[in-house]
Write a protein that binds this ligand. Structure first.
Ligand SMILES: [Zn+2]
Length: 311
């Protein structure tokens, strides 16, 4: 399996267009050591030819354009190596990029039934995806289940890879009508995704609203775990004047604090732990900061755009 990080920042990217926090200002002026990042987006390929997107970020168009593995196949006048998109939630950050994929192209869309319903019934603008011939094809992801994905026509052939979605708690985004929200099962709102191919596996969870034994186990037993690195502290948005809610209220377990990720993540895991979805004011983005050193000392890596893995 090949995995490529196309984007590693939280919503808004880094620097964020309307943010003058210490990090964004420092990056613009060159006064801190840090690297610009686009909004979180992963791609993986089970065979080095067909690629799948994890989420569909608002920066997807430029992320695809700067990734040679995602160029249209040589010799074809139209086409793409993209086989499909796995949606971990209905957040704007995870859906908006679908509109970049609207150019009459068929592919698979993998999501929980609740997220499919949100995209199809609450947001008619996404109907543009169904203009392709054949239209985009939805595949249901069931938290706790395992979806076998097979290349080729033979249904008895072994799966090319497996996807195991894990419910992580959380809630549906604010833009969803109250009536629809009430009718949807909450366990289908935010999921982590574990992909398995033979003995190799990786875990992707850009939103982790809290600690649960289930996702900790799925992450710890993977070769690589991409984990929610949005906030350093629970009051980061309040203290930087960027918002009125805590990290937890926004569905993101902070890195620090008694029950934060650094304290809870198991030390005995063999997984490479890689932080993604990093919010612009998060001090770990300053490569000379104490916070940057602290997460590295705790065994975490900090994702950057273009980071690649081969399993
Ligand atoms: Zn900022």
């Amino acid at each position: 399996m090949q995995i490529k990080v196309l984007g590693s920042a939280a919503g808004g990217g880094f620097p964020q267009w309307n943010c003058a926090c210490r990090n964004c200002s420092g990056l613009r002026s060159g006064s801190i050591r840090a690297t610009a990042r686009t909004q979180t987006q992963l791609a993986f390929s089970p065979d080095g030819v067909v690629w799948f997107l994890l989420g569909a970020s608002p920066d997807l168009s430029t992320q695809i354009a700067s990734t040679r593995q995602l160029d249209p196949p040589a010799g074809d006048t139209t086409g793409t190596p993209l086989g499909g998109v796995f949606l971990p939630s209905a957040d704007v950050d995870s859906l908006m990029g679908l509109l970049h994929l609207r150019e009459f192209q068929s592919f698979f869309l993998f999501a929980t039934p609740a997220i499919q319903k949100i995209v199809q019934s609450e947001n008619r603008i996404f109907d543009v995806l169904h203009r392709a011939e054949p239209p985009v094809q939805w595949q249901a992801l069931s938290p706790g289940g395992r979806l076998a994905c097979r290349f080729g026509e033979d249904p008895s052939a072994p799966p090319t890879f497996l996807c195991a979605p894990v419910a992580v708690g959380g809630s549906f985004p604010d833009f969803i009508s109250t009536d629809l929200r009430r009718s949807l099962p909450s366990e289908e709102s935010v999921i982590a995704l574990r992909f398995e191919q033979g003995a190799k596996s990786f875990f992707f969870a850009p939103s982790l609203p809290g600690i649960s034994g289930e996702w900790l186990k799925a992450a710890a037993s993977s070769n690589v775990a991409f984990l929610d690195g949005t906030f350093w502290s629970d009051d980061e948005l309040l203290s930087t004047g960027r918002g009125q809610r805590t990290a937890r209220e926004m569905g993101h377990l902070p890195l620090t604090g008694r029950d934060g990720q650094l304290a809870q993540s198991p030390d005995d895991s063999a997984a490479r732990k890689v932080l993604v979805h990093i919010n612009a004011p998060n001090p770990i983005l300053d490569e000379t900061s104490d916070e940057h050193r602290a997460v590295r000392d705790a065994g975490f890596e900090i994702a950057y755009d273009g980071m690649e893995f081969t399993l």
